[in-house]
Design a protein around this ligand. Structure first.
Ligand SMILES: Cc1cc2nc3c(=O)[nH]c(=O)nc-3n(C[C@H](O)[C@H](O)[C@H](O)COP(=O)(O)OP(=O)(O)OC[C@H]3O[C@@H](n4cnc5c(N)ncnc54)[C@H](O)[C@@H]3O)c2cc1C
Length: 332
């Protein structure tokens, strides 16, 4: 694992642009025939639209995060039909799972998988509702990120930037099914089947890389000295925040109102969290454990019969310190 940034950030990237720069390098060096990824839909820049990019210059339009589902793998067979034999795919965990399941039958000579983490996704329509809740000018928002310092960063068309503490977000106004059950019960936040995962959770304001295998190392080496890397830091303690999160998820899943912090205390705690809360790798671990306990609580309530097939052993281990243990029927 590394903390990393491009020395010269790419314009329009979500963070410094490591993801799309790796893809550009693959195309520049002729290592792949095409890159399968998402571009903005021409009618709605927040809607991800799958594209096959064959020129390095074509990656610039793909930079940035667009929240929403899109059928990335619908273009895998067209890629084969066009005669592409070496492909790179940029995807979130659920897309990468499907890709790995199909990989052998697709018969590519080389397949590079650049993954990003994903905590939750929803439809683009629902994401627009969220933008309307957090801003008076939702149509002018060009960028949004849930940063690791407990703030949402919003950028506007006219260059304005705003950082809103998570605690000040109107999250309780979102419908319970804002994030669908598939995301609320996803046990792969960090994209384990990618060759390299490019995120930000453990990066303390920079990016966070997990180089997972030799192909991942090959992808990172394409960046040479364009990338600066360091050992990731780790501060704070995750147990309390994860336990508090679990208590709230249990209340919400049981239809009870969330335990809300008084309005006057929110700005103070919002200011304090980045200073005393878990940071760096401890923040990444906190989020992974939050996802683990969230998956168990929601699945137990909504699809108990699926528990034994959907909750892997390592997720039970992550949840155990918080008092969640499998029953005999829940274990495979
Ligand atoms: C729905 C979603 C949730 C995420 N949640 C987290 C998180 O919780 N923690 C974390 O560390 N990182 C998360 N990420 C990843 C993060 O937003 C950055 O994309 C990542 O850190 C790479 O930054 P970059 O500057 O290298 O990306 P860039 O160089 O700007 O490239 C971003 C790449 O992501 C692709 N992309 C954009 N939207 C989608 C989409 N909807 N589906 C698939 N691919 C898409 C683009 O096509 C592009 O190839 C999430 C990404 C998405 C799409």
């Amino acid at each position: 694992m590394l903390r990393a940034s491009l020395a010269v950030p790419s314009a329009g990237a979500q963070w410094s642009g490591i993801t799309t720069r790796i893809a550009e390098r693959l195309l520049e060096t002729g290592a792949v025939d095409a890159v399968l990824t998402m571009a903005p839909d021409p009618d709605d820049s927040w809607r991800p639209m799958p594209v096959l990019v064959t020129e390095a210059s074509g990656m610039a339009q793909c930079r940035g995060m667009r929240m929403g589902y899109a059928p990335l793998l619908a273009l895998v067979e067209p890629a084969r039909a066009q005669g592409f034999k070496r492909l790179a795919v940029i995807g979130i965990p659920c897309q990468v799972y499907a890709l790995r399941a199909l990989e052998k039958s697709l018969g590519f000579e080389r397949l590079f998988v650049i993954g990003t983490p994903c905590s939750d996704n929803t439809t683009t329509e629902r994401f627009h509702q969220f933008l309307e809740l957090i801003s008076e000018q939702p149509d002018d928002i060009t960028y949004l990120e849930f940063r690791a310092d407990y703030h949402v960063e919003i950028r506007y068309k006219d260059g304005r930037k705003k950082a809103v503490p998570f605690l000040m977000l109107p999250l309780s106004k979102l419908p319970n099914d804002f994030f669908p059950l598939t995301c609320r019960t996803c046990v792969d936040y960090t994209n384990v089947l990618a060759d390299i995962t490019v995120g930000y959770m453990g990066g303390e304001g920079e990016q966070w890389l997990i180089v997972r295998n030799e192909r991942g190392a090959e992808l990172l080496s394409l960046l040479g000295n364009e990338i600066r890397t360091q050992v990731p830091g780790s501060k704070g303690k995750r147990f309390g925040p994860v336990k508090g999160f679990l208590a709230n998820v249990e209340r919400a899943a049981g239809g009870l109102p969330l335990r809300k912090m008084p309005q006057w205390l929110r700005p103070i705690v919002g200011w304090l969290m980045p200073k005393i809360g878990p940071r760096g790798l401890e923040f990444a671990r906190a989020r992974v454990e939050m996802k683990a306990v969230e998956s168990i609580v929601h699945l137990r309530r909504e699809k108990p019969g699926r528990m034994k097939n959907m909750v892997p052993e390592h997720v039970w281990k992550l949840a155990e310190p918080y008092g969640l243990k499998p029953t005999a029927e829940e274990r495979k």
